[in-house]
Ligand binder design. Structure first.
Ligand code: AMP
Length: 283
Protein backbone atom coordinates (compact mmCIF):
# COMPACT_ATOMS: atom_id res chain seq x y z
CA UNK A 1 0.00 0.00 0.00
CA UNK A 2 1.41 3.36 -1.01
CA UNK A 3 0.45 6.72 0.43
CA UNK A 4 0.92 9.35 -2.26
CA UNK A 5 0.51 13.10 -1.75
CA UNK A 6 1.73 14.45 -5.07
CA UNK A 7 -0.46 14.58 -8.16
CA UNK A 8 2.48 13.97 -10.49
CA UNK A 9 3.69 10.94 -8.48
CA UNK A 10 0.19 9.49 -8.56
CA UNK A 11 -0.12 10.07 -12.31
CA UNK A 12 3.25 8.43 -12.96
CA UNK A 13 2.32 5.36 -10.93
CA UNK A 14 -1.16 5.01 -12.51
CA UNK A 15 0.17 5.55 -16.06
CA UNK A 16 2.46 2.57 -15.50
CA UNK A 17 -0.51 0.50 -14.22
CA UNK A 18 -2.62 1.49 -17.22
CA UNK A 19 0.20 0.65 -19.66
CA UNK A 20 0.33 -2.85 -18.20
CA UNK A 21 -3.40 -3.23 -18.85
CA UNK A 22 -4.62 -2.96 -15.27
CA UNK A 23 -8.09 -1.61 -14.50
CA UNK A 24 -8.27 1.23 -12.00
CA UNK A 25 -11.03 1.64 -9.41
CA UNK A 26 -11.42 4.80 -7.38
CA UNK A 27 -13.09 5.63 -4.05
CA UNK A 28 -13.11 9.38 -3.28
CA UNK A 29 -13.52 10.20 0.43
CA UNK A 30 -12.92 12.95 2.95
CA UNK A 31 -11.31 10.47 5.37
CA UNK A 32 -12.31 9.63 8.96
CA UNK A 33 -13.06 6.31 7.33
CA UNK A 34 -15.70 3.96 8.73
CA UNK A 35 -17.50 0.77 7.69
CA UNK A 36 -19.52 2.69 5.05
CA UNK A 37 -16.34 3.72 3.28
CA UNK A 38 -15.02 0.18 3.81
CA UNK A 39 -18.00 -1.19 1.84
CA UNK A 40 -17.11 1.09 -1.08
CA UNK A 41 -13.47 0.01 -0.95
CA UNK A 42 -14.42 -3.69 -0.78
CA UNK A 43 -16.73 -3.29 -3.77
CA UNK A 44 -13.96 -1.48 -5.66
CA UNK A 45 -11.44 -4.20 -4.68
CA UNK A 46 -13.68 -6.91 -6.13
CA UNK A 47 -13.90 -5.25 -9.54
CA UNK A 48 -10.55 -3.50 -10.06
CA UNK A 49 -6.89 -4.46 -10.44
CA UNK A 50 -5.72 -1.26 -8.75
CA UNK A 51 -7.71 0.35 -5.92
CA UNK A 52 -7.14 4.06 -5.28
CA UNK A 53 -8.73 5.71 -2.22
CA UNK A 54 -8.47 9.49 -1.97
CA UNK A 55 -8.57 11.20 1.42
CA UNK A 56 -9.10 14.90 0.94
CA UNK A 57 -11.19 17.27 3.04
CA UNK A 58 -12.25 19.56 0.22
CA UNK A 59 -12.45 23.18 1.42
CA UNK A 60 -14.47 24.15 -1.65
CA UNK A 61 -17.53 22.17 -0.54
CA UNK A 62 -17.82 23.62 2.96
CA UNK A 63 -20.08 26.62 3.19
CA UNK A 64 -19.18 27.12 6.88
CA UNK A 65 -15.64 27.57 8.15
CA UNK A 66 -16.46 26.08 11.58
CA UNK A 67 -17.70 22.91 9.85
CA UNK A 68 -14.47 22.64 7.83
CA UNK A 69 -12.34 23.27 10.94
CA UNK A 70 -14.00 20.61 13.07
CA UNK A 71 -14.30 17.97 10.32
CA UNK A 72 -12.52 14.87 11.74
CA UNK A 73 -9.09 14.10 10.30
CA UNK A 74 -7.63 10.65 11.06
CA UNK A 75 -5.16 9.91 8.24
CA UNK A 76 -3.12 7.32 10.18
CA UNK A 77 -6.19 5.23 10.98
CA UNK A 78 -7.49 5.71 7.44
CA UNK A 79 -4.25 4.33 6.01
CA UNK A 80 -4.44 1.34 8.37
CA UNK A 81 -8.02 0.59 7.28
CA UNK A 82 -7.10 0.90 3.59
CA UNK A 83 -4.14 -1.45 4.14
CA UNK A 84 -6.40 -4.00 5.84
CA UNK A 85 -8.80 -3.82 2.89
CA UNK A 86 -5.96 -4.41 0.41
CA UNK A 87 -6.28 -1.02 -1.28
CA UNK A 88 -3.22 -0.22 -3.39
CA UNK A 89 -2.94 3.54 -3.05
CA UNK A 90 -4.14 6.20 -0.63
CA UNK A 91 -4.01 9.55 -2.40
CA UNK A 92 -3.86 12.26 0.28
CA UNK A 93 -3.05 15.60 -1.35
CA UNK A 94 -2.78 18.90 0.52
CA UNK A 95 -5.30 21.64 -0.19
CA UNK A 96 -2.57 23.65 -1.91
CA UNK A 97 -1.72 20.71 -4.18
CA UNK A 98 -5.37 20.49 -5.26
CA UNK A 99 -5.93 24.26 -5.41
CA UNK A 100 -2.53 25.82 -6.15
CA UNK A 101 -3.86 29.25 -7.04
CA UNK A 102 -7.26 30.74 -7.60
CA UNK A 103 -9.56 28.12 -9.05
CA UNK A 104 -11.40 29.86 -11.89
CA UNK A 105 -13.23 26.86 -13.32
CA UNK A 106 -16.16 25.21 -11.56
CA UNK A 107 -18.69 22.49 -12.31
CA UNK A 108 -22.30 23.35 -11.57
CA UNK A 109 -25.39 21.17 -11.93
CA UNK A 110 -27.98 23.75 -10.90
CA UNK A 111 -31.14 21.87 -11.81
CA UNK A 112 -30.31 19.06 -9.36
CA UNK A 113 -29.01 21.21 -6.52
CA UNK A 114 -31.77 23.68 -5.78
CA UNK A 115 -33.56 21.32 -3.35
CA UNK A 116 -32.63 19.18 -0.29
CA UNK A 117 -29.03 19.78 0.85
CA UNK A 118 -28.41 22.13 -2.07
CA UNK A 119 -31.05 24.54 -0.76
CA UNK A 120 -29.38 24.75 2.66
CA UNK A 121 -25.69 24.56 1.75
CA UNK A 122 -25.04 27.21 -0.89
CA UNK A 123 -22.07 26.30 -3.07
CA UNK A 124 -21.75 22.82 -1.55
CA UNK A 125 -22.49 20.80 -4.68
CA UNK A 126 -20.46 23.12 -6.86
CA UNK A 127 -17.55 22.29 -4.55
CA UNK A 128 -18.33 18.57 -4.68
CA UNK A 129 -18.74 18.40 -8.47
CA UNK A 130 -15.61 20.48 -9.03
CA UNK A 131 -13.39 18.39 -6.77
CA UNK A 132 -14.76 15.10 -8.10
CA UNK A 133 -14.14 16.31 -11.68
CA UNK A 134 -10.57 17.23 -10.69
CA UNK A 135 -9.99 13.90 -8.91
CA UNK A 136 -11.43 11.93 -11.85
CA UNK A 137 -9.06 13.83 -14.17
CA UNK A 138 -6.10 13.04 -11.94
CA UNK A 139 -6.89 9.35 -11.32
CA UNK A 140 -8.64 8.57 -14.64
CA UNK A 141 -10.30 5.48 -13.18
CA UNK A 142 -12.36 2.95 -15.10
CA UNK A 143 -14.93 3.01 -12.29
CA UNK A 144 -15.61 5.25 -9.28
CA UNK A 145 -17.67 4.20 -6.23
CA UNK A 146 -20.14 6.46 -4.41
CA UNK A 147 -22.51 5.83 -1.48
CA UNK A 148 -26.27 6.02 -1.82
CA UNK A 149 -26.24 7.69 1.60
CA UNK A 150 -25.45 10.91 -0.25
CA UNK A 151 -28.21 10.48 -2.83
CA UNK A 152 -28.22 14.03 -4.15
CA UNK A 153 -24.43 13.93 -4.50
CA UNK A 154 -24.69 10.67 -6.42
CA UNK A 155 -27.30 12.20 -8.76
CA UNK A 156 -25.08 15.25 -9.35
CA UNK A 157 -22.00 13.14 -10.10
CA UNK A 158 -23.88 10.83 -12.47
CA UNK A 159 -25.27 13.84 -14.33
CA UNK A 160 -21.88 15.56 -14.52
CA UNK A 161 -20.26 12.40 -15.92
CA UNK A 162 -23.03 12.08 -18.50
CA UNK A 163 -23.14 15.76 -19.50
CA UNK A 164 -19.35 16.12 -19.74
CA UNK A 165 -18.79 12.73 -21.43
CA UNK A 166 -16.39 11.59 -18.74
CA UNK A 167 -15.08 8.08 -19.50
CA UNK A 168 -15.84 6.52 -16.12
CA UNK A 169 -18.51 4.17 -14.75
CA UNK A 170 -20.17 5.47 -11.59
CA UNK A 171 -21.02 2.59 -9.24
CA UNK A 172 -23.59 3.22 -6.45
CA UNK A 173 -23.15 1.41 -3.13
CA UNK A 174 -25.99 0.90 -0.58
CA UNK A 175 -25.91 2.74 2.74
CA UNK A 176 -24.21 0.96 5.64
CA UNK A 177 -25.96 1.43 9.00
CA UNK A 178 -25.39 0.81 12.69
CA UNK A 179 -27.55 -1.88 14.33
CA UNK A 180 -30.05 0.81 15.42
CA UNK A 181 -30.42 2.13 11.87
CA UNK A 182 -28.19 5.20 12.08
CA UNK A 183 -26.35 5.63 8.77
CA UNK A 184 -22.59 5.56 9.32
CA UNK A 185 -21.05 8.98 8.85
CA UNK A 186 -17.72 10.59 9.68
CA UNK A 187 -19.77 13.21 11.51
CA UNK A 188 -21.23 10.62 13.93
CA UNK A 189 -18.03 10.83 15.95
CA UNK A 190 -18.87 14.48 16.71
CA UNK A 191 -22.10 13.47 18.51
CA UNK A 192 -22.35 13.55 22.31
CA UNK A 193 -23.70 10.42 24.04
CA UNK A 194 -27.23 11.78 24.27
CA UNK A 195 -27.16 13.07 20.67
CA UNK A 196 -26.00 9.63 19.55
CA UNK A 197 -28.93 8.05 21.39
CA UNK A 198 -31.34 10.43 19.62
CA UNK A 199 -29.72 10.07 16.17
CA UNK A 200 -31.64 6.99 14.87
CA UNK A 201 -34.85 9.05 14.89
CA UNK A 202 -34.13 10.25 11.34
CA UNK A 203 -34.01 6.71 9.95
CA UNK A 204 -37.11 5.83 11.96
CA UNK A 205 -38.99 8.73 10.33
CA UNK A 206 -37.73 7.74 6.87
CA UNK A 207 -38.82 4.10 7.40
CA UNK A 208 -42.24 5.24 8.60
CA UNK A 209 -42.70 7.34 5.47
CA UNK A 210 -41.49 4.42 3.36
CA UNK A 211 -44.13 2.13 4.93
CA UNK A 212 -46.87 4.70 4.32
CA UNK A 213 -45.91 4.86 0.65
CA UNK A 214 -45.92 1.05 0.44
CA UNK A 215 -49.36 0.98 2.09
CA UNK A 216 -50.72 3.13 -0.70
CA UNK A 217 -50.65 6.69 0.67
CA UNK A 218 -50.43 8.92 -2.40
CA UNK A 219 -50.20 12.39 -0.95
CA UNK A 220 -46.69 13.56 -0.09
CA UNK A 221 -48.16 16.34 2.07
CA UNK A 222 -50.25 13.85 4.08
CA UNK A 223 -47.26 11.56 4.59
CA UNK A 224 -45.11 14.46 5.75
CA UNK A 225 -47.81 15.50 8.17
CA UNK A 226 -47.98 12.00 9.66
CA UNK A 227 -44.22 11.58 9.91
CA UNK A 228 -42.91 15.00 10.93
CA UNK A 229 -44.13 14.67 14.56
CA UNK A 230 -41.65 11.79 15.00
CA UNK A 231 -38.88 14.33 14.52
CA UNK A 232 -38.40 17.24 16.89
CA UNK A 233 -39.37 20.17 14.62
CA UNK A 234 -36.57 22.26 16.07
CA UNK A 235 -34.11 19.71 14.72
CA UNK A 236 -35.45 19.26 11.21
CA UNK A 237 -33.68 21.07 8.38
CA UNK A 238 -35.70 19.32 5.69
CA UNK A 239 -37.75 16.18 5.22
CA UNK A 240 -38.86 15.76 1.61
CA UNK A 241 -40.33 13.24 -0.80
CA UNK A 242 -38.73 13.83 -4.19
CA UNK A 243 -38.40 12.37 -7.66
CA UNK A 244 -35.20 10.26 -7.55
CA UNK A 245 -34.03 11.62 -10.92
CA UNK A 246 -34.79 15.34 -10.63
CA UNK A 247 -34.62 15.75 -6.82
CA UNK A 248 -37.80 17.86 -7.10
CA UNK A 249 -40.56 17.37 -4.50
CA UNK A 250 -43.51 15.30 -5.72
CA UNK A 251 -47.10 16.03 -4.71
CA UNK A 252 -48.65 12.70 -5.68
CA UNK A 253 -46.71 9.46 -5.37
CA UNK A 254 -47.20 7.33 -8.47
CA UNK A 255 -43.88 5.48 -8.71
CA UNK A 256 -40.48 5.26 -7.08
CA UNK A 257 -39.58 8.21 -4.84
CA UNK A 258 -36.63 9.25 -2.74
CA UNK A 259 -37.42 10.25 0.84
CA UNK A 260 -34.60 12.37 2.23
CA UNK A 261 -34.05 14.23 5.47
CA UNK A 262 -31.52 16.35 7.31
CA UNK A 263 -31.59 17.00 11.05
CA UNK A 264 -29.43 18.89 13.49
CA UNK A 265 -28.31 17.25 16.72
CA UNK A 266 -26.61 20.03 18.63
CA UNK A 267 -23.97 21.40 16.26
CA UNK A 268 -23.90 18.30 14.06
CA UNK A 269 -25.94 17.91 10.91
CA UNK A 270 -26.95 14.41 9.82
CA UNK A 271 -28.51 13.37 6.52
CA UNK A 272 -30.10 10.13 5.38
CA UNK A 273 -32.51 8.81 2.77
CA UNK A 274 -34.47 5.77 1.63
CA UNK A 275 -36.28 4.95 -1.58
CA UNK A 276 -39.93 3.94 -1.59
CA UNK A 277 -42.50 2.75 -4.07
CA UNK A 278 -46.18 1.84 -3.86
CA UNK A 279 -46.70 -1.93 -3.73
CA UNK A 280 -47.99 -3.39 -7.02
CA UNK A 281 -51.72 -2.75 -7.24
CA UNK A 282 -51.53 0.20 -4.84
CA UNK A 283 -49.85 2.79 -7.13
P1 AMP B 1 -17.36 11.23 2.66
O1 AMP B 1 -16.03 10.83 3.19
O2 AMP B 1 -18.39 11.45 3.72
O3 AMP B 1 -17.28 12.34 1.65
O4 AMP B 1 -17.91 9.98 1.86
C1 AMP B 1 -17.14 9.35 0.86
C2 AMP B 1 -18.01 8.34 0.16
O5 AMP B 1 -18.47 7.37 1.09
C3 AMP B 1 -19.26 8.97 -0.47
O6 AMP B 1 -19.49 8.38 -1.74
C4 AMP B 1 -20.33 8.63 0.53
O7 AMP B 1 -21.62 8.56 -0.05
C5 AMP B 1 -19.87 7.26 1.01
N1 AMP B 1 -20.47 6.95 2.31
C6 AMP B 1 -20.43 7.71 3.43
N2 AMP B 1 -21.14 7.12 4.42
C7 AMP B 1 -21.64 5.97 3.91
C8 AMP B 1 -22.46 4.91 4.43
N3 AMP B 1 -22.91 4.93 5.68
N4 AMP B 1 -22.76 3.89 3.60
C9 AMP B 1 -22.31 3.85 2.33
N5 AMP B 1 -21.52 4.81 1.78
C10 AMP B 1 -21.19 5.85 2.55
Amino acid sequence: MNVIASISDLRERLNADRRSGKSIGFVPTMGALHAGHARLIEECRRHSDVVVVSVFVNPLQFNRKDDLDKYPRTLEGDVRLCTSLAADIVFAPTASAMYPGDQLTFVDVPALTETLCGAFRPGHFRGVATVVAKLLNVVQPDAAYFGEKDAQQLAVIRRMVRDLNMPVTIVPVPTVREADGLALSSRNRLLTESERRAAPVLYKALKTAQSLVAEGHHSAAAIRQLVLPILDPARVEYFEIVDPETMRPVETIAGKVLIAGAIWLGATRLIDNVTAAPLPGQG
